[in-house]
Write a protein that binds this ligand. Structure first.
Ligand code: FUC
Length: 750
């Protein structure tokens, strides 16, 4: 199948039914309403307030006390002290905010609306709404252009002179200060998020028409009696530009100097240069009777309801493509990274501030980037990490008295805030996110083999690791452990029945550090730099605790073999080693892999995987364990239980991480890799009977195409970007690819 279309027969009633568009920076949710269209808008730098320094002035004293209290097992006292003396002040980093709503008041009479259709075409990144009113067919096409940096709408009708409407921005009277005509056919809206050192923004709405007239009326642009009209909506902020007002006007005005055909052509060419790098085609149950012509008729919301009772392989294909679509639409070089809602949020006070929650959610957003051949979409994360690093040095010094490196806790914001975010014991004091994010830097290098990138970004890896050379403390077995920390966001039960959250040396921390030290050492070798620092890390590395097996045959989550209070907890941090890391593999650590399986089974048999992102993580873990049927089952549950009508992931509420985690799991079923090893079809579900994937990427800068039929490999092709050697693991054996030169490819036919 070729699944690229989301399709509906009714307008969106709410955000969860509206369709997302984005050019990386500007986001839009299209409701597709007939009388009064609503398109909710975002610009990725519209965040509340300015940068702040929030380190608790009592933090160092608190740190000493908390460490001692934890060592003595006085958990509750330690937690109370930590919240009072270590949590950031004031509480809370900045949050993401909407830009406003574009409304279009359509003037097509009161006739009955018939033949309504609303689609989002992932191949062209274009939303399209058509319906008939009073015998005339009206069409609205909407896209977010990256080349033109505007949201564009084309409105047309089947009869000349019938396109009449008013359009303008609203919905944000709480922070728009000004709205004035800036041209005969354009309005400029300006505002700020309420604080003098915060972010100011400007949005412009311009329109042009073929036939009829365009003029501004009040705070809107009015088009009357046209054959066709184009509307451009732009937005710029002071976060990126000093002359953001001028630029907002120029964006919209200049875009409309071009024809729709040119604008559309440039948009599609730009978008497809990313989207078409990967092609996925799955064949299996649920596709009987589907034809290409009939595909138009498949309604996305109905498929989602039906997938509870029937297989729909095509929907999985669509979900993968949608994940890539969201990545391209929400994260481009130079933009902000994807937050909890990507870039799509219409709430003034969104859930969890729609921030960067960096104890899993932001990282998960980028899991499919490299394998999905969207490496450059990963870059905004490193720009944010740069800001985190700068602030985090200060936090390391002021909060922990550590002069080297940087630290960040479980949330950050557009300014790269690094102080503990809130007062929530299961999450707040967790100094590991800088370390986890730094792993993404090295991962980007591993996939691209871009030494220039590694050189430029190596300081992030180095400083993330350097912090821990001072922060780690010795446990009673002489091992090096974090203190204080948490196993994100879980609660344990002490033998006496009391509960605890904060602890010394949770398993995930040691796993993250094992990977970070390994990557940092490797980076120094590749760059021929910092030999002394590498030696320090080589000494510390063997002293980090390794994953251990507990009384249920599970991977221990904490240093002690505690029970969890909520056995089916959504976080499965102790399996970081299995995915995203590669410290546990069925081939190399079979006992730990069996324990990882026991851990997953234990979580799942107690209601685990109840949030979308958790379900998606679980699917990835099953893929790593090579359990194809469990991958399938969990992907299907992700679709049936945690997916909203517009295909957005549902926490609940909407949270985009599951979309990316789910997309990553689909790729993970088809291809897994470490540097030097490429596994083809490692967890191919039986129901993906036949199929093909082209353009996936593997570490070592390889591009991989795989075709299979009735569950058997039919053909594979591996192309090297740079000279390379790798072991290829096939379903039935292994082969060695030796010394491919740049551009050369290796093929096998099954
Ligand atoms: C973590 C998760 C929650 C949610 C929040 C944004 O705190 O435990 O489930 O995803 O981030």
């Amino acid at each position: 199948m070729k699944e690229h279309l989301l399709s509906y027969t009714h307008p969106a009633e709410n955000f969860s039914e509206a369709l997302p568009l984005g050019n990386g920076r500007l986001g839009a949710m299209v409701y597709g309403r007939t009388g009064r269209e609503r398109i909710s808008l975002n610009e990725d730098s519209v965040w509340s307030g300015g940068p702040r320094s929030r380190v608790n002035p009592d933090a160092q004293e608190g740190l000493r006390e908390v460490r001692e209290l934890l060592k003595k097992g006085k958990i509750s006292q330690a937690e109370q002290t930590a919240m009072a003396k270590m949590a950031g002040v004031p509480e809370g980093s900045r949050h993401y905010m909407p830009l406003g709503d574009l409304s279009l008041l359509m003037d097509h009479g009161d006739g009955e609306i018939t033949q309504y259709r609303r689609t989002l075409d992932l191949e062209t990144a274009t939303a399209r709404i058509t319906y008939a009113a009073g015998g005339v067919t009206f069409t609205r096409e909407i896209l977010a252009s990256h080349p033109a940096q505007v949201l564009l709408l084309r409105l047309s009708a089947s009869e000349p002179g019938r396109v009449s409407f008013s359009c303008g921005l609203g919905g944000r009277d709480d922070y728009y200060d000004n709205c004035r005509p800036c041209a005969e056919n354009g309005i400029l809206y300006t505002g700020g998020t309420g604080s003098a050192d915060g972010i100011f923004f400007a949005a412009a709405v311009y329109a042009v028409s073929k036939g009829g007239s365009v003029r501004t009326v009040g705070g809107e642009v009015r088009v009357e009696g046209a054959e066709e009209a184009l509307v451009a909506v732009s937005a710029r902020t002071s976060f990126y530009l000093e002359d953001y007002r001028q630029q907002a006007m120029a964006d919209a005005r200049d875009a409309l100097k071009q024809s729709w055909e040119d604008l559309y052509g440039a948009h599609v060419a730009d978008y497809q240069s990313l989207y078409r790098r990967v092609g996925l085609s799955l064949q299996g149950p649920g596709q009987e009777g589907d034809t290409n012509a009939g595909k138009e008729a498949l309604l996305t919301d109905e498929r989602l309801k039906a997938v509870k009772d029937r297989d729909d392989i095509g929907l999985m294909e669509l979900y993968y493509n949608f994940g890539r679509y969201l990545m391209i639409s929400g994260s481009r070089p130079g933009t902000q990274p994807l937050n909890l809602q990507g870039i799509w949020n219409e709430d003034m006070w969104p859930a969890w501030g729609s921030r960067f929650t960096v104890n899993i959610n932001t990282e998960m957003n980028y899991w499919p980037a490299e394998s999905g051949n969207l490496s450059e979409c990963h870059l905004p994360l490193f720009d944010l990490l740069q800001r985190v690093c700068e602030n985090g040095r200060k936090t390391a010094r002021e909060m922990y008295g550590i002069e080297r490196g940087f630290v960040c806790h479980h949330n950050t914001d557009i300014w790269g805030d690094t102080a503990p975010q809130d007062k929530w014991i299961p999450a707040t004091i967790w100094p590991m996110s800088g370390a986890w994010l730094a792993l993404h830097v090295f991962e980007h290098y591993e996939y691209t083999q871009d030494l220039g990138f590694l050189k430029a970004h190596y300081p992030l890896i180095k400083e993330a690791a350097a912090f821990f050379t001072e922060f780690l403390t010795e446990d009673d077995k002489g091992r090096l452990v974090t203190n204080p920390s948490v196993s994100p966001e879980n609660t344990y039960r002490l033998p006496g029945g009391a509960e605890g959250k904060m602890c010394i040396g949770p398993s995930m921390d040691s796993q993250i550090l094992t990977c970070l030290f390994r990557d940092a050492i490797r980076a120094t070798e590749l760059l021929g730099t910092d030999a002394d620092f590498a030696d320090t890390l080589r000494e510390l590395l063997p002293r980090l605790p390794q994953p251990e097996i507990g009384k249920y045959g599970q991977i221990k989550e904490w240093a002690e073999d505690y029970d969890e209070v909520e056995i089916g907890h959504r976080h499965i941090s102790q399996l970081f080693a299995l995915y995203p890391a590669d410290l546990i593999t069925p081939g190399e650590t079979p006992e730990l892999a069996a324990a990882a399986r026991a851990t997953l089974e234990r979580r799942l048999s107690h209601g685990g995987g109840h949030t979308g992102w958790s379900r998606a993580w679980i699917a990835n873990m099953w893929a790593r364990l090579g359990d194809a049927e469990k991958v399938y089952e969990n992907l299907r549950t992700l679709l049936s239980a945690s997916t909203l009508p517009n295909l957005f992931d549902n926490h609940p509420p909407f949270q985009i991480d599951g979309n990316f985690g789910g997309a990553a799991a689909i790729a993970e079923a088809l291809l897994q890799c470490t540097v030097g090893q490429i596994r083809l079809l490692p967890a191919l579900p039986a129901k993906w009977e036949s199929g093909e994937v082209t353009g996936l990427r593997a570490k070592g800068a390889f591009t991989v195409d795989i075709a299979w039929e009735k569950g058997k490999l039919r053909k594979a092709r591996i192309t090297a970007d740079v000279p390379g050697t790798a072991k290829v693991v096939l379903p039935g054996g292994e082969m060695q690819i030796r010394d491919l030169s740049a551009g050369e490819c290796w093929e096998i036919t099954g």
